[in-house]
Structures are given as C-alpha cells and as structure tokens.
Ligand binder design. Structure first.
Ligand code: AMP
Length: 248
C-alpha cells in the first residue's frame, strides 16, 4: 500500500513543508467533495487519496489539529474558530478563507487535491473560484454524496475516531477488533465533540441553510457529479471513480 503524504503544509500552515510529499501523478485530479456531515466524505476522501494520489485537504482537520495545540500557540482567530466548532456552528467565512489562502501551495501541488468540508457556503465557493482562477488551477469536478437524513444521524452517532492516527470506525458498521481501541495503531477511540446529538442538530441545520445551495452553484458550472452514499465504502468509492470517468 502506498504511504499517504503527511499533509504538514495543510495542517500546520504556510511555513510548514510536507516531509512525505505526494507521489508524482500522471493525471492529477482536483476535486471538491460535498455532502452533509456524516455522509462519509472523509472516508471517501481517504480512499480516493490513495487511489488517485491526490492529497486529502479537510478544513475540519485544520481546526482539529489546532485544538491539539497549546492555547498560547493558537492565533486569536483560531481560538475563536474552535468555539464555533465545539457548538457545531460554521466558522466565519473570513477565518476559513484566510486559512485556505495561506495554504494555496497545497492547491497548486502537483499531486492534485481533494477538498473535503470546504467550500461550505456560497461565499466560500466564490472565493475558491477566484483563488483557483488567479493561480490558473483547474477544478475537474465536484462530487456530491447524497444520503437520507435518518441514515446520516445513525452514521454520526456511532462514529468513533482514533485520538492518535485519526482513523475512523463505527460502533456497528465498522467496529474495531477491540472496543475503544484503534486497529491500526492501538490508540484510544473517542466520539468527536461535534458528533454528540446537540451539536449534530446544529450541524445539520447549518448544512441545509449554507452548504446545500452549493450543489446548484456547481451544477450551473457543469461540474457536479451526484453519487448515492448508500452501501459499503468500497461500493461508494467505485461509483465515484466511475462517475469521474463519465463524460461531462
Ligand atoms: P468537518 O470535519 O468538515 O465536519 O468540520 C468540523 C467543523 O469544523 C464544522 O462543524 C465547522 O465548525 C468547522 N468547519 C470546517 N470546515 C469549515 C468551513 N469550510 N466553513 C466553516 N466551518 C468549517
């Protein structure tokens, strides 16, 4: 299995360099992944990253990495952003956009990219479009994962994440061999603060109001590929790869 890039430049910001950069890719793919929280975007991003060689760039991962930093090392904007995140609210566009702009070298990377969790509002989508145009970076497609709301809530409430390597499990659909322990590195599994029921309700509301309109935004640009997120992660990944090969 190929080793995935460590994404240091994305997670730590402009001054960091990846110590394991992406492999040389003949046809780098530049994709945005859309879908409600819990639809399985993160899992698909990981699978697609290893198949397409592109880096998985999640804005949520930037905030989670910042959460692990000592408070004195966090910028005031990041500390404020983490308060929004804990409640399940969207972080203000201005903060997210400055974090992404600082990391433009990740968008320019020869390995391509899979944006997960960004853009999340029409203002963010417009800003991304300007950033990509300015740097002459083409966007190949926007993959939108669709799933019924009751299935989403079941996925979120059972999700558990490894505190060390960030691998994702599910208490029923993808249980670890030993309850509470990561199969890959032996780290402890935890439930994300924002996967608790009170935060899930806020996140779903934020998704419906702010993020769902992005499907139309990208449909109008001829970039949208809608994929059913029913079935196993492997089935969904296969569907995605087929949709990406399909002519526009
Ligand atoms: P995620 O892992 O993508 O579900 O993101 C976790 C949380 O981080 C979200 O619930 C938001 O609070 C925050 N967040 C991540 N990406 C964005 C974004 N593009 N815009 C606003 N907030 C974001």
């Amino acid at each position: 299995m190929q080793t995935l890039p460590d994404r240091k430049a994305w997670l730590q910001g402009a001054s960091a360099n990846c110590s394991s950069p992406p492999h040389l890719v003949a046809h780098p793919r530049r994709l945005v992944l859309l879908g409600a929280p819990g639809v399985g975007k993160g899992t698909q991003a990981e699978m697609l990253a290893s198949k397409l060689g592109a880096c998985h760039l999640s804005t949520g991962d930037i905030f989670r990495a910042a959460k692990g930093m000592q408070e004195c090392l966090q910028t005031p904007a990041l500390t404020a952003a983490l308060q929004f995140m804990r409640r399940g609210d969207l972080v203000p566009d201005e903060t997210v956009l400055s974090l992404v702009s600082e990391r433009v070298k990740c968008l320019k990377c020869d390995g391509g990219f899979l944006l997960d969790g960004f853009p999340r509002t029409v203002a963010q989508a417009e800003a991304l479009e300007s950033l990509l145009t300015k740097h002459r970076i083409p966007l190949d497609a926007v993959v939108s994962y669709d799933l019924r709301i009751d299935r989403i809530v079941a996925r979120l409430s059972g999700r558990r994440t490894c505190s060390t390597c960030k691998a994702v499990f599910h208490v029923e659909a993808l249980p670890p061999k030993i309850p509470g322990i990561c199969d890959h590195c032996g780290g402890g599994l935890y439930q994300r603060e924002d996967d608790r029921p009170e935060s899930v309700r806020v996140r779903m509301q934020a998704y419906e109001t702010s993020t769902a309109p992005l499907a139309d935004f990208y449909q109008r640009r001829g970039l949208l590929r809608s994929i059913s997120a029913e079935g196993t992660p492997e089935e969904i990944c296969q569907r995605t790869l087929e949709a990406l090969q399909a002519p526009k």
